[in-house]
Write a protein of this length. Structure first.
Length: 365
């Protein structure tokens, strides 16, 4: 259809300019195969939103020198929020994915309180402090420690967020949108971190990974062939429920087998009391985490495991080395095991989710 081709062409041109920059309209036409008149229309359309701008004249052997184009990262901003049940991290991010400012605050394990009170206040304060006009903020993405059904905004399996039964967040999100003046999107915290990490590593279909978030609970986000894997019940990545004990009886009201064996509550009690975990607690967490991950690596043929920086900071400097050693012992398939390349992959990924939604509306306009 003509409309689909128009959207596809706009996506292609914008992503090329954002990735390479310093291209003339003729070069864009040559690289993409899109006709020069169509490229001209697309550039004029993007310019009306301030998404692209001329960056100077290029080189030409004959005639006028062509004007080169670049993407304008501060044409719009999005907000990325990450809530782990006790702390809120909130960042303002431009269209290039650069985090312009982050603020962190203590909160309570109450999702309703987060969406109704803490988040709108912190978001408006951050926007004001940065001197950003509210209309340039095009959306907010929110990562929460819950199973999130994106089609209905119903969350489940969310004890860390103070939710012990299915909870419909749609009314709270619509209220938040009204206060901020932009769309709000809810997603699992590990999923948004995986999206942020995938984008930071170049994106595309060539990067498969599992990103593990270690905190009061255990979760993961999985990217396969360039796409976040949610699953038909939005449970992909809930690795805390992995079972390797035939006598285990599962319950949605309690931690899963793997999370229970890791005993993260006891681990954090030790950290809070002694400022660091004991050797026995560290060994227990590493052993069971490696056991779960080695099976996931084999089942999905993954070659990259990423551990969120928050977990590494609290689990100590030896954690990653111990995990690598245990994985090499358990897994028949080699896999890189690395720390996140981002300080706040969840903030970046949540903001990126909102940015992609806004850009899709521009492409379709």
């Amino acid at each position: 259809m003509a409309a689909d081709l128009k959207i596809s062409n706009r996506k292609t041109v914008y992503r090329l300019i954002r990735q390479q920059g310093g291209l003339s309209k003729a070069e864009i036409s040559r690289i993409t195969g899109i006709s020069p008149p169509t490229v001209l229309k697309i550039i004029d359309y993007f310019s009306s939103f301030g998404l692209v701008a001329e960056t100077g004249a290029g080189i030409s052997s004959v005639g006028r020198r062509p004007q080169l184009l670049r993407a304008v990262p501060d044409a719009a901003y999005t907000l990325g929020a990450l809530f782990d049940g006790r702390r809120l991290s909130l960042g303002l991010v431009d269209l290039a994915g650069d985090v312009k400012a982050v603020r962190r605050s203590q909160t309570i394990p109450d999702l309703k309180n987060l969406l109704e009170i803490d988040l709108p206040g912190e978001a408006l304060s951050l926007i004001g402090d940065q001197g950003i006009h509210p209309e340039t903020v095009k959306g907010i993405g929110i990562g929460v420690p819950c199973v999130v059904d994106r089609s209905s905004d119903i969350v489940r399996f969310a004890p860390l967020a103070g939710v012990h039964e299915d909870f419909n967040c749609a009314p709270l999100l619509r209220s938040l949108e009204s206060r901020l003046g932009c769309p709000a999107f809810l997603e699992n915290d590990a999923n948004v971190a995986a999206l942020g990490e995938h984008a930071a590593r170049g994106g595309g279909t060539g990067v498969d990974l599992i990103l593990v978030e270690l905190g009061r609970g255990l979760g993961a986000g999985i990217v396969l062939d360039g796409n976040l894997r949610r699953g038909p019940r939005c449970m992909a990545g809930e690795i805390g429920y992995l079972v390797l004990d035939p006598a285990w009886k599962a319950s949605s009201d309690a931690p899963g087998w793997l999370e229970r064996r890791m005993d993260l509550d006891e681990f954090w009690n030790e950290v809070e009391a002694e400022r660091r975990p004991s050797a026995a607690a560290l060994k227990r967490v590493v052993s069971y985490l490696a056991l779960g991950l080695s099976n996931i690596v084999l089942a999905l043929d993954l070659d990259l495991i990423v551990i969120g920086r928050t977990g590494i900071e609290h689990f100590g400097g030896d954690f990653l080395d111990l995990l690598k050693k245990e994985l090499s012992r358990l897994s028949v398939l080699p896999a890189l095991c690395e720390a996140s390349v981002l300080e706040d992959p969840g903030v970046s990924g949540a903001a990126g989710m909102a940015a992609e939604s806004w850009l899709e509306s521009i492409f379709a306009g």
